[in-house]
Design a protein around this ligand. Structure first.
Ligand code: GLU
Length: 424
């Protein structure tokens, strides 16, 4: 059987294809020469499934989609505070190439507009090997060696008058101390790195996967770096259309003037679309339409209410304990975070007077417990034990490994409820 997902993606493209609105970017001469009808879509899951439609292997330059990834590399290299000292994280509500800095500090407002991205580029390493690091870093995000489109680079470097102006403004404020023209050359080269739609989907999926590439399994950046990057993509990635994007699509995203558009939905998917005609904000017209449809059809909006925490307790029941007496079994399921663990704690506290000595937490159907939920569950096990209960964990998948509650408390761990119960 063939997966229905590529068929669905092809249907989405068919629905979006007739829209020939917008213009290809013409302020970079080489971009003005591209075939405006190119169209591709790729969706990659965080466990590495790749679904493609259209010409997802066609090459184009990454342009501004490089910005979140170089921001990630700079934070990974220097730490967040050092990067924040140079570039703020406030949405500017302005166009990507606006000449604006924060009053007083001279910091660009965020790393997604050109002013912020030009500074961020200088934070990616010392001048001598900076570009090599940027190229290696973006290649790690993509999971294959990328290269530079030299003619797009030369074409933009010869005409990047606005970016030279921005860099000179940054130099005037002391935000950068290097030669402004050299910095713009480096940044322009970064924008001229060649990718395919599939590369971009994998780069986005690496962000969605907490910084670990879904296929190579390389940890490109830490998950704390990814959280910062996705937050900034959410508020600033779509420039002066960020509010409309967040409310209607709700996927942290970044666009580029060559017609690329990526979105990274944490824990689920990386999505990339490519279609060169742009709207007045500089975003791919058909790319935006694709994202709106995917978000709506597949319920991908990040603000969709998550699985309710009450679903954490699948059921409770009482069994005869192997050593006599009753045991109360809490069968838990799903992925447990703060609210799910709170639900379990609340149930235990509300029944404190009626709980038997023997308690069993059955984690057989739990697939993940985050660090906070783990601390909460271990603490309630500690308290229950100090109050005279005996807790057994049924944890065949080691979802709660090394369950040391402190104070010498360690629950028993078994592989099935059958091991602690006797058939009633
Ligand atoms: N290289 C482009 C510039 O700096 C990138 C802009 C974009 O993709 O939005 O003008």
């Amino acid at each position: 059987m063939r997966s229905p997902i590529p068929d669905y993606l092809a249907d989405v493209m068919t629905a979006c294809a007739p829209d020939e609105g917008g213009q290809v970017a013409d302020y970079i001469p080489e971009l003005a020469a591209v075939d405006p009808d190119q169209f591709a879509l790729c969706l990659t899951t965080v466990d590495g499934a790749i679904h493609e439609a259209g010409d997802s292997g066609a090459h184009f330059t990454i342009q501004s989609i490089s910005k979140p990834f170089v921001y990630a590399l700079a934070i990974q290299e220097l730490g967040l505070d050092a990067v924040l000292a140079k570039v703020d994280v406030e949405p500017s509500g302005e166009a990507f190439n606006e000449l604006s800095l924060e009053e007083g500090s001279g910091r660009p407002l965020n790393p997604m507009i050109n002013a912020g991205a030009i500074v961020t580029h200088t934070l990616a390493g010392p001048p001598a090997d900076r570009f090599d690091r940027v190229l290696a870093g973006l290649s790690a995000f993509a999971g294959r060696p990328l290269d530079v489109d030299e003619s797009v680079y030369a074409s933009e470097a010869a005409t990047a008058f606005r970016n030279y102006a921005i860099a000179n403004m940054l130099r005037g404020h002391g935000t950068i101390t290097e030669d402004p023209a050299a910095v713009v050359h480096g940044y322009t080269r970064q924008c001229a790195i060649r990718v395919t739609t599939k590369d971009m989907a994998l780069m986005a999926a690496t962000l969605a996967n907490g910084g670990v590439h879904p296929i190579t399994e390389e940890e490109v950046v830490d998950d704390a770096v990814v959280r910062q990057v996705l937050s900034v993509m959410t508020t600033c990635g779509m420039y002066d259309a960020a509010g409309d994007w967040l409310t209607t699509v709700g996927i942290p995203a970044k666009s580029g003037v060559s017609g690329g558009l990526i979105g990274a939905l944490p824990g689920q998917v990386g999505i990339a679309a490519f279609s060169p005609r742009l709207d007045e904000h500089g975003h791919s017209v058909r790319g935006e339409d694709v994202f709106r449809r995917l978000s709506r059809d597949m319920e991908l909006h990040m603000m969709n209410a998550a699985q309710p925490a009450r679903a954490t307790i699948r059921r409770t029941h009482t069994v005869r304990h192997a050593e006599g007496g009753d045991a109360r079994v809490y069968a838990l399921h799903g992925s447990i975070q703060f609210a799910g663990a709170e639900r379990l704690l609340r149930d235990l506290v509300s029944r404190a007077d009626e709980l038997p000595t023997e308690l069993v937490f059955d984690l057989s159907d739990v697939h993940a417990i985050n660090a906070t939920a783990r601390r909460m569950i271990l603490e309630v096990i500690r308290r229950l034990t100090l109050e005279g209960h005996h807790v057994t964990l049924v944890d065949p998948g080691a979802t709660l490994p090394e369950p040391d509650s402190g104070s010498g408390v360690r629950p028993d761990v078994v592989g099935s409820v059958g091991e602690v119960s006797r058939t009633a």
